[in-house]
Design a protein around this ligand. Sequence first.
Ligand code: NAP
Length: 279
Amino acid sequence: MILLTGGRGAAATQLLPLLRAAGLPVRVGSAEPAALDLPAGVPAVALDLTDPTTFPAALDGVTSVFLYASPQHAGAFADAAHRAGVTHVVLLSSAAVLGPAPEDSPLARAHLDAEHALLASPVATTVLRPGSFAANARGWAWAVRAGRPVSLPYPEAHSDPLHERDLAEAAFAVLTDPRHRGGLFTLTGPESLTFTQQLDQLAAATGAPVAVRRVTRDAWKRETADYIPAAYADALLDWWASHDGRPVPLTGTVQALTGHPARPFATWAADHAADFKAP
Ligand SMILES: NC(=O)c1ccc[n+]([C@@H]2O[C@H](COP(=O)([O-])OP(=O)(O)OC[C@H]3O[C@@H](n4cnc5c(N)ncnc54)[C@H](OP(=O)(O)O)[C@@H]3O)[C@@H](O)[C@H]2O)c1
């Protein structure tokens, strides 16, 4: 039995049909199992990665886990997984752990702590370290739909947008092919693009122009204060500042794991164009 954690998340949602198509038994864990919309025959289980009392029941009978990085109780999760007979964990971490002084960044630190806890445990752990998700562009959807400019503090900051299907296919490969077990994989999209270039590609996909409004760091923090805690906002701003005008180094890991090149951002924009169009 494979346990997917973070059941409502994009990675688990995309991974589930790949595992089912391969005929593998899967259980989906979520902090809100009632909110899951699962195909018939796929069991759901209550699993809150911040609440260790939910671990034993979720892990009962499980041999492999796809795990979101939740640092608070990662060690307790690893212990519970070992006791339950789990032999392999695939951890969804972040390429932020490879950045300069990752222990000083709240973004990187959470993933680093989760990696350390899992890698110190007796359970074989494979680590996926994606760069930037293409789905981060969803944060612009409201403004684009409303025909308003997108506020950006660093419009020329680079990232390497990774399509969620490529992440899921890479996760499928490491979960199902023992040759990859124990590896540390840095996943990137196929191109380094500035935010302006991504918005141009979204405009092409939706057929409507998208404007950018350059804002100060403080103005952006005020705009996002309701949903991004200040410490995370600062870490994001510092990350973008360090990538301002600087292309991100790319890896061929998606191709190596999946057998095909990573999908370009234009594909993501076409796949999700409806989310950016006015109703
Ligand atoms: N965004 C990036 O560029 C990036 C890059 C590298 C690594 N990562 C890492 O990848 C992981 C996933 O990131 P993400 O931003 O794409 O998150 P996500 O997959 O959309 O969701 C993350 C989790 O949040 C929980 N959740 C809580 N409330 C929710 C709600 N109302 N709707 C849906 N899910 C909800 C879900 O778990 P439950 O179902 O258990 O509640 C879900 O699995 C994170 O650990 C992140 O740090 C992200």
